[in-house]
Design a protein around this ligand. Sequence first.
Ligand SMILES: *[C@@H]1O[C@H](CO)[C@@H](O)[C@H](O)[C@H]1NC(C)=O
Ligand SMILES: *[C@@H]1O[C@H](CO)[C@@H](O)[C@H](O)[C@H]1NC(C)=O
Ligand SMILES: *[C@@H]1O[C@H](CO)[C@@H](O)[C@H](O)[C@H]1NC(C)=O
Ligand SMILES: *[C@@H]1O[C@H](CO)[C@@H](O)[C@H](O)[C@H]1NC(C)=O
Ligand SMILES: *[C@@H]1O[C@H](CO)[C@@H](O)[C@H](O)[C@H]1NC(C)=O
Length: 502
Amino acid sequence: MKCVLVVVLLLSIGSGGSRRRERMLWPTYDLFSSDEIPSDVQITTFLKKNESKSFVYHSLKENLQLSAIVTGCSSRVDWKITLNDSGSALTEKTSEGMQILGLRSQLGTYNFLLRAIDEDTYAHVYISTESDGPEALKGRENRKLLLRRQRNNRLAIKWDPSLVDPQGTEYCLVISSLKHHETFCGAGNLLKPEPENRTNAASENLPKCDVDPMIICTGKKTHYAFLKPQQNLRYYFDLFAINLQTNFTYLFASNTTMLSNKLKPASLKDGKLTFVNLKEMDGKAVFRFKVGRKSHDDLEVYVMPCGGAVDVQVTKRHEVIETRRTIEGFGKISVKNPQSGARYNIKIFSTNGEELRRTSGIELYATSRKKSFIPLPDLPNKPIVKEYVSLRSCDSVTVGWLPSPGQKTSHYCLVIKEGKLRYGFKQTNQCGLENRLKKSTDFAAKYCKDIKPIEGKVITQKIGQLKPGRSYIVQVTVKKHRGKTISYDLLQAQTKSKCDPK
Ligand SMILES: *[C@@H]1O[C@H](CO)[C@@H](O)[C@H](O)[C@H]1NC(C)=O
Ligand SMILES: *[C@@H]1O[C@H](CO)[C@@H](O)[C@H](O)[C@H]1NC(C)=O
Ligand SMILES: *[C@@H]1O[C@H](CO)[C@@H](O)[C@H](O)[C@H]1NC(C)=O
Ligand SMILES: *[C@@H]1O[C@H](CO)[C@@H](O)[C@H](O)[C@H]1NC(C)=O
Ligand SMILES: *[C@@H]1O[C@H](CO)[C@@H](O)[C@H](O)[C@H]1NC(C)=O
């Protein structure tokens, strides 16, 4: 397990405010110094292996409910109750974990004899006079410990507060990859047997890194975020409640889960532009696309990384349909003759950490409907804009680009700005492009027109009224009627520094 957890805990103690709160965030159990057990207060004692220890309980009332609860922390505990030294035992039990005994009270002195069977151990004794047994132990079957996987590889854990004394109840969560824990004191080294001299059983035993179980005390909070749980490892969660009035500590709710690192695919609707934040998903995402029953067209998947490059792969069941390839800026994957009704998985991977830092996410558009419905234009195989250097002058440049494939009229815009490409990045972020273009006003010139292209014939444009000896960035965009604007690669252009003599 990760150290992050511990840091969180220590910080929360450090900023915990009042002393009481600090103490209770990490509960302590003082050793009980008398041999007279009070009513409705949990006491803690230390038992040496095979040495009997006795306690008394004075019952002042008759014919009421009396519940005795004995908890052995790290060993089974034998316990025997006699009344008025009568010799014959009312009960003899062996506790493994917490064990409860219900009695009708009689006047007199009850004698408790406790003995650890397996090893030295701490133990709790709690005598409840609640008329129907300890309320806190009721309804445990219905209590939930809800586990929800969140993005960023976190597990959100939450629970409803105790119905019994909700204001006076605090919680500690035990997380283990080995087993469930029945008792809080038995979890880890919280109350590890120590020499007799110690009176304070275990307050400074804060959890360390890489210990199992991990113990997190949340105070009155009824939720906790488990950061970075390991994948494919089963975790057992046991939540303990501590009543501040009585120190009674009991198992409140349990659950278990195993996080699998198999990604659950998100569904991709036909013809709907979908954005995902790749950073939140640790650079991986899987989409499922179901081909419509009536569809007869190819499955077209448009991929627009918003920043860094991504790898894309298409699979059907476990069969690779389109091999993994890198897409930067804008790309389209066509699956020919998709099987109608079949489900295709589109897997997106950020190629590396550097690319993941550069990206804000990815936009996807998939469809198997008629091409004319698609709001995105196609780009030529190499969506580049070329400068005709031989036509360069001191106040103009001439550029050309291949039209968007297809016979339809498209709307082209060319924007030229003074400047140099940042780090030489030619691919532009296609996400939110329209807004950025609308907002930007610092261009030197802008030309827009509808063009019905002739397939394969280059569109050219001379851009005049520029300044001599300057660097310019040229951006060409294309847009279908009522569609989305897509940019060609950026071009770094240059004017001549000296004008040719006339
Ligand atoms: C509960 O435990 C704390 C710490 O051991 C102790 O100070 C407190 O007196 C106990 N409460 C009761 C009611 O015994
Ligand atoms: C445990 O104690 C009982 C008496 O208290 C004694 O008869 C027995 O031999 C002891 N057993 C061990 C294993 O020490
Ligand atoms: C136990 O002893 C007390 C007085 O020593 C007495 O009042 C009580 O009745 C006795 N209880 C029983 C069940 O014998
Ligand atoms: C365990 O967690 C799952 C997921 O949150 C939840 O559906 C289930 O009810 C929980 N079980 C218990 C006993 O809390
Ligand atoms: C307990 O404390 C006493 C006095 O402080 C000391 O002499 C003795 O050695 C201690 N015993 C242990 C087991 O530490």
